[in-house]
Design a protein around this ligand. Structure first.
Ligand code: NAD
Length: 303
């Protein structure tokens, strides 16, 4: 089977690619930056998916399955022209990918838990909840989901996954956990937005990989949370960084309006659809994030 993985050079894409190669699939990685993995059966095309590109179109049209992970993540990104760049990478690129893949071919598309705008008073977010996106990133993911809904309405195969804060080896350098690890090593206070009592549902990147592969194999046509179903306080996560890296102090700063106070996944649909059993262990993911953050290659900054 040939699987096209978009965003194959990114945090999650690297691990999805490795898992597919490990089980003998042929993988075509589409990304605008070079991959960090190599291997038999892996080829890459360096493309901007938001722009028409004949070779990328051909690869997508010929694929047996597609995992669309390419996007501009980062809820706090406030770089110049960020709204336009998000629109191109999160909405236009998704539309181009979906348009290129024949309707019967399964496509798994990464959306985000950000579409919920947070959980309320400890109630886990369910896939059929009303969406309340809080900032530009979340809105762009809602718009990308609308493109997926149009494919589904036309009879196309598509699965939307909504990952909750993904953590583990090769952690993105702009994410809080990676920054905290760098700050702890440097003896600087960890910057905490909004206070230590806030809670996040953390998802081991290995669970995300398992989920994506299981959904591909089943050709599922649904929208599904990929989270742990457990809320961890920022105090607990900071303490884990302290245990793994070095003793920490914290500096609490105001919470941006684009960020929810707490996130929590309802994981029942995942359990019913593909037997999802989340396995996130905070200390273990912090250890793996810290050991990969020792490798400068993994500390890619978002372009
Ligand atoms: P990442 O930034 O590490 O990887 C994204 C990759 O997409 C990058 O390699 C980038 O070069 C590529 N890309 C972006 N725009 C492109 C374009 N127009 N053309 C070609 N390549 C392009 O991000 P990640 O953390 O691996 O996230 C993967 C997906 O999962 C994204 O859709 C993200 O929104 C979603 N997601 C991630 C998390 C998380 O916690 N990491 C949580 C929820 C959702």
């Amino acid at each position: 089977m040939t699987v096209v993985v978009t965003g194959a050079s990114g945090f999650i894409g690297t691990q999805v690619t490795q898992a597919l190669l490990a089980r003998g699939e042929r993988v075509v990685g589409l990304d605008r930056v070079p991959p960090t993995v190599a291997g038999d059966g892996f080829e890459t095309l360096h493309v901007d998916l938001a722009a028409p590109h004949a070779e990328a179109f051909d690869a997508l049209r010929a694929a047996d399955a597609v995992v669309h992970l390419a996007a501009r993540p980062g809820v706090r990104d406030c770089s110049p022209r960020i709204e336009l760049r998000r629109h191109m990478d999160n909405v236009v690129a998704t539309a181009q990918v979906l348009a290129a893949v024949p309707l019967p071919v399964p496509v798994v598309v990464a959306s985000s838990s950000s579409v919920y705008g947070g959980s309320r008073r400890g109630r886990p977010s369910r896939e059929d909840d009303r969406l309340r996106p809080r900032g530009g990133y979340a809105r762009s993911k809602v718009a990308a989901e609308q493109r997926c809904a149009a494919r589904a309405a036309a009879g196309g195969a598509v699965t939307v996954v909504r990952p909750f804060t993904v953590v583990g080896d090769g952690q993105r350098a702009d994410m809080a956990l990676a920054r905290w690890i760098v700050d702890a090593r440097a003896g600087r206070p960890l910057v905490v937005y909004g206070g230590l009592a806030r809670r996040r549902d953390l998802t081991d990147v290995r669970d995300v990989v398992r989920a994506v592969l299981a959904l591909l194999d089943r050709g599922a046509r649904t929208t599904v949370n990929v989270g742990s179903g457990v809320g961890h306080s920022l105090a607990e996560i900071a303490a884990a960084v302290g245990d793994v890296v070095a003793p920490v102090t914290v500096e609490v700063v105001p919470l941006p309006v684009s960020e929810p106070d707490e996130t929590l996944a309802d994981t029942r649909r995942g359990a019913a659809t593909f037997g999802f059993v989340p396995t996130t262990d905070v200390l273990d993911v912090v250890r793996r994030a810290a050991s990969s953050a020792g490798d400068a290659e993994h500390l890619r900054l978002v372009s």
